[in-house]
Write a protein that binds this ligand. Structure first.
Ligand code: UDP
Length: 326
């Protein structure tokens, strides 16, 4: 099978590319390297068993010619390209909105034109600031005001979901949407704010671990290889088309407890430094207090369950980060 992965040089996209190559697919990557990196796919390009089936195109999804060529020759599309990371979105709001809304529309339009099946990566951000758990796909959504720019990301991903559903309804597009809950694992960069790579590199450098707010906010982290398995299962399933699925882990943890676990798992002598939100972020930041998925819908359809617990995730991220430090 020929697979197109937009954002394939990104963190999740590169793991997905690897899994597709390993099952024998030809993989085409379209990536503008804005937040992705060639380092993520270099091991694939250097692997003689895989490199002959991997094709990298350095371009943006906003370029219609690139999409026209690649969607035309591929059998299935994973649309992973997006502006990612709370810090990146706050610093680049206009670019983030354009990439997420116009970019996704462009990808969906080409897929509809060529009648290609497509999966789009959405985010647990779309739920907004709920306090209850777990979150189910049919829950209402709650956003803050437009003066808080974080919600522009949630709103853009929400529009992506509506656009996908609209193409399905009006053009018969075979599209499935995955709402990803804090995907983590090796190769994730801390440069755009993500908590695990940041705290792990701080712990390995024996520097204070920066916990924002009071650290009581929780997340449910999901191992990237589990996410990849879920995405491949969804796109292959005819009954998933025209629908939306949570993809996430099951272990809710506060950021403060996470910091303590990282210190223990890495044998670090670091301490925890509590940093008020106003010192960590611009004034238009607002955090989410809690985010836990109900994954019964994807389980019932594809049998997906996240297999990697948080301790295993942390020891793997710490091991790879140590290797990279040399
Ligand atoms: N966070 C933190 N210290 C950091 C980076 C992030 O305490 O150095 C917090 C952040 O405020 C949030 C949680 O960790 O409450 C998860 O942040 P991340 O950016 O990884 O994901 P998201 O907020 O999108 O869930």
């Amino acid at each position: 099978m020929r697979v197109l992965i937009t954002g394939g040089a990104g963190f999740i996209g590169s793991h997905l590319a690897q899994a597709c190559l390993e099952r024998g697919d030809e993989v085409y990557i379209l990536d503008d390297l804005s937040t992705g990196s060639l380092d993520n796919i270099r091991p694939l390009q250097e692997n003689p068993d895989l490199s002959g089936r991997l094709f990298f195109h350095h371009d943006t999804i906003l370029n219609p010619d690139a999409l026209l060529e690649l969607v035309g020759i591929c059998d299935v599309v994973f649309h992973m390209a997006a502006a990612v990371g709370v810090r990146y979105i706050l610093e680049n709001p206009l670019h983030s909105i354009r990439i997420n809304i116009q970019g996704t529309d462009a990808v969906l339009a080409e897929c509809a034109r060529f009648k290609k099946r497509v999966l789009i990566a959405s985010s647990s951000e779309v739920y907004g600031k709920h306090l209850h758990a777990p979150l189910t796909e049919t829950d209402n959504i709650i956003y803050g005001p437009t003066s808080k720019f974080r919600w522009s990301y949630a709103a853009s991903k929400l529009m992506d979901e509506f656009t996908a559903l609209a193409y399905h309804r009006n053009r018969g597009l075979e599209v499935v949407t995955a709402r990803l809950f804090n995907t983590v694992g090796p190769r994730q960069t801390g440069a755009y704010g993500m908590v695990i790579p940041r705290l792990v590199s701080q712990a390995l450098a024996n520097e204070p671990l920066t916990v924002y707010g009071d650290g009581s906010q929780t997340r449910t982290f999901t191992y990237v290889k589990d996410v990849v398995e879920a995405l491949m299962g969804l796109v292959d399933h005819p009954e998933a088309l025209g629908d939306i699925f949570n993809v996430g882990g099951t272990e809710e943890i506060s950021i403060r407890d996470l910091a303590e676990r990282i210190i223990r798992a890495s044998g670090s002598s670091s301490e925890i430094r509590i940093i008020p939100y106003e010192d960590a972020f611009p004034a238009d930041f607002e955090d989410m207090q809690r985010r836990v998925p109900d994954i019964s819908k994807i389980l019932a359809l594809t049998g997906f369950v996240p297999r990697t617990d948080l301790d295993t995730i942390l020891s793997e991220v710490i091991r790879v980060a140590r290797e990279e430090m040399g």
